[in-house]
Write a protein that binds this ligand. Structure first.
Ligand code: UDP
Length: 450
């Protein structure tokens, strides 16, 4: 039997596309063929990035890019996840069997042998099941967060979670004896607790359970207890080593920040980024800007163009006024993996997205946690309380992280030799044991070949 042909289908947002593309690249390097399916909208965006030859063909052998409409209207808000979830399922699901048939007709010697989906695309595992094709889940977050979703039904049965809304009835939840006790608000479904998401995730978990494997960008060093809770877990992380080739990225990376970093002393620059989705309000934005200025340390700050009010802020040269110290550099999108590996980075102010967390841990960069919603609060618990490689910001009575708090915590972290040393040791261990993830990857490829 030849090498397997995988159809990889991410939910069409960057936080899913990036890691699944990265994983697709790893599979391609092992000789597997990949058809990467995305929405027409993202396909067009990918065409304009440097990773493409301009004809819609990725400059990566063995990876073919295809697309289907996701049904979201141009005037609709793509940040409305409920809309995108519903629309992708309703629009793409009936078109998938025909697409698979067409792909197989074009390549009858190497037909699709396995479908890999991310969260919210579980319907495609149902399609795979019906067509007799193997299926697996690629979970673009921590194993613990998947455990939390998979525990929802049990938590409802035990009366811990309200069956209608999904709102927890307890202040703290421990998902299993060996997992840390966490505030109920740290459950990834807490901030999405409404009838739609709750019902969607209950159904999604049924589909996810159709997958033979739950592939996670994690490792035993990071989450042994969670991984041990299901035989479906296959930790294939940490997925590192592709820093030069961010081909899943939808936004053009500003490489000038690397030259800027070269001009700074080792471990002197504070890196600030809140990932691809989070927007902070104008008051909080100002507070952060002044907090960074108060630090009197160089900083590199990602302010995405899609944050509407930020555009105003930037156009009005408001920042120039704020940054009297003139020590900061602002970019709209950075080559983050390269940034975190750069010797001049001292720490990372982060929203605690799982990819950012893993990238930082694998670079030995200590973190300052500023979680917003979803799995970010849970990741913060791991960073601060389990791995102990970072500190968390505290909000004031108005829910604001003040400039004083920002200065205090960054100074505290940068003076804490124990955390800095622990971050480096933790990185060494996690990176050294990468071979375990590689073994699991081979196991997965061999299974797909059978
Ligand atoms: N990222 C990037 N440049 C930036 C900011 C983020 O390349 O300026 C990448 C980052 O390396 C990570 C992803 O975007 O791979 C963000 O994923 P994460 O899970 O941290 O957060 P999300 O965007 O899903 O909230």
């Amino acid at each position: 039997m030849g090498n397997p042909h995988f159809l990889t289908i991410p939910f069409p947002i960057l936080g899913h596309m990036n890691p699944l593309m990265q994983f697709s690249q790893v599979l391609a390097k092992h000789g597997c063929k990949i058809t990467f399916l995305t929405s027409d909208e993202n396909y067009n965006k990918m065409k304009t990035t440097s990773i493409n030859d301009g004809e819609g063909k990725l400059m990566e052998p063995h990876i073919n890019l295809v697309s289907l409409p996701d049904g979201v209207n141009p005037q609709d808000d793509r940040k409305d996840l409920a809309k995108v979830i519903l629309s992708t399922r309703i629009t793409m699901s009936p078109m998938l069997p025909k697409l698979i048939e067409d792909i197989n007709n074009l390549d009858s010697d190497n037909k699709i042998s396995c479908i890999i989906v991310t969260k919210n695309m579980g319907w495609a595992l149902e399609v795979a099941h019906q067509l007799g094709i193997k299926g697996a889940l690629f979970w673009p977050a921590s194993a613990t967060s998947l455990v939390s979703f998979n525990s929802m039904e049990r938590l409802v049965e035990e009366g811990i979670v309200d069956p209608q809304s999904g709102i927890p009835r307890k202040q703290e939840i421990q998902l299993s004896l060996n997992l840390p006790m966490m505030e109920a608000a740290a459950m990834p479904w807490y901030s999405l607790s409404n009838a739609f998401f709750f019902l969607h995730m209950m159904k999604e978990m049924q589909n996810v359970n159709l997958g033979e494997w739950w592939l996670c960008n994690t490792s035993m060093d990071l989450e042994a207890e969670a991984i041990s809770l299901s035989p479906k877990f296959l930790p294939i992380g940490p997925l590192i080593g592709n820093e030069d080739n961010n081909i899943g990225s939808l936004w053009q990376e500003d490489e000038t920040c690397l030259e800027w970093l070269d001009q700074h002393k080792p471990k002197s620059v504070i890196y600030v980024s809140f990932g691809s989705l989070i927007s902070i309000g104008p008051n909080q934005f100002k507070e952060l800007a002044i907090g960074l200025d108060l630090l009197k340390r160089p900083f590199l700050w990602v302010v995405r163009k899609d944050m509407a009010h930020m555009n105003n802020v930037l156009e009005n040269e408001y920042l120039d006024e704020l940054f009297k110290g003139n020590k900061g550099k602002i970019v709209s999108w950075s080559p983050q993996k390269k940034i975190l590996c750069h010797p001049s980075i001292a720490c990372f102010i982060t929203h605690c997205g799982w990819n950012s967390t893993i990238e930082s841990v694998c670079s030995g960069v200590p973190l300052l946690c500023w979680p917003f919603f979803s799995d970010q609060l849970m990741n913060k618990t791991y960073i601060c309380d389990v791995w102990k490689v970072g500190l968390g910001f505290e909000k004031d009575e108005n829910g604001l992280i003040t400039k004083e708090e920002i200065k205090k915590k960054v100074d505290e972290l940068l003076e804490d030799e124990e955390i800095k040393e622990r971050s480096l040791k933790f990185m060494e261990m996690v990176v050294k044991n990468k071979s375990e993830g590689d073994k699991n990857l081979n196991k997965f490829i061999n299974w797909a070949k059978e």
